[in-house]
Design a binder for this molecule. Structure first.
Ligand SMILES: [Zn+2]
Length: 308
């Protein structure tokens, strides 16, 4: 498996690049924050990529052998919310039968999908130094999909796959080798029932709800759906995201970061388990381990990742 780590954009540094190289990581993923996406919508470029010196960091990462890719819960910026007043039909219908621009979109509206797909193309082209793997995700929420008459019978996973297929088709018209992920996460962890993946779509599996203090091998209730997803999407290009080094998760997403201790035994066993399932790419969040963490606690111990 190829090995990555996901960093917050404001934590990327020369120090982190050194650390990635010393851990044997070859894939750097950066997950945009909301401010990056707002800047993309307004200015055409995510905010961090406009900062002085940031592109030099990306160049340095690549020069040191890392591929670079970007991730984002970006759907609300692919279909700008400002369109709601004129075109409420682009947006999701909630359980009360009202159209709302709060999350996601109506996946049965062709114009909404077309606008989102064209913005996904602009987004893909704005990603400095990116490899050809794209991660444009639905809203980070649960139970908030479209319930209009046409969408109601589509599961959250089917609704997500309709969007991913539209993105893959549009992006591959300008970047023929582009790959676009289906993010199996929260209520999209179930295999799609009615929609099939188009060319260029790959599985990205991120089971945030699983118990992080027990090896995945010992959580058989999590296995069937994962295997079903792998069978459905295929193992080629598949990626698994774990939370082993995600100190934002262990700090309950509240600063300051808490002291971090990796669960090395679980990490090594989980990595082996993922390899046995046939995943090709493996990564983990590694938020809240940057400068602020070091100033409080010194260098975090990530050495177990060398053995993965
Ligand atoms: Zn709908």
């Amino acid at each position: 498996m190829k090995k990555g780590l996901i960093l917050a954009p404001d934590e990327l540094s020369h120090k982190w690049i050194d650390r990635l190289v010393s851990l044997g990581v070859t894939e750097l993923q950066i997950q945009f924050l909301e401010g990056d996406l707002v800047a993309f919508e307004k200015e055409g470029t995510p905010a961090c990529l406009q900062l002085d010196g940031y592109l030099d960091l990306i160049d340095e990462a690549k020069a040191r052998g890392l591929s670079v890719e970007y991730m984002a819960h970006g759907i609300t910026h692919m279909l700008p919310r400002g369109l709601f007043d004129e075109h409420p039909e682009y947006f999701r219908m909630n359980a009360e039968g009202k159209r709302t621009p709060d999350f996601n979109l109506c996946v049965s509206d062709p114009a909404a999908l077309e606008i989102a797909a064209q913005n996904a193309v602009r987004f893909a082209k704005s990603l400095y130094g990116s490899c050809e793997r794209y991660h444009i995700w639905m809203s980070d929420t649960q139970g908030r999909y479209c319930q209009c008459e046409r969408c109601r019978s589509l599961s959250p996973s089917d609704q997500h796959l309709i969007v991913v297929n539209a993105f893959a088709k549009a992006i591959r018209e300008v970047i023929p080798g582009a790959l676009v992920c289906f993010l199996a996460y929260q209520d999209q962890l179930k295999t799609p029932l009615k929609i099939k993946p188009e060319a260029g779509v790959f599985l990205e599996y991120a089971d945030i709800q699983r118990d992080q203090h027990v090896a995945l091998r010992d959580l058989p209730e999590r296995h069937a759906e994962m295997k079903s997803l792998l069978d459905f999407f295929g193992r080629e290009n598949s990626m698994v995201i774990d939370y082993w080094y995600d100190n934002s998760f262990f700090s309950r997403w509240t600063r300051p970061p808490q002291p971090f201790k990796a669960e090395d035994k679980i990490i090594l066993d989980d990595a082996k388990f993922y390899a046995e399932q046939g995943f090709e790419h493996l990564t983990s969040y590694a938020f809240y381990l940057g400068r602020e963490y070091e100033a409080l606690y010194g260098e975090p111990d990530l050495d177990s990742y060398k053995l993965v």
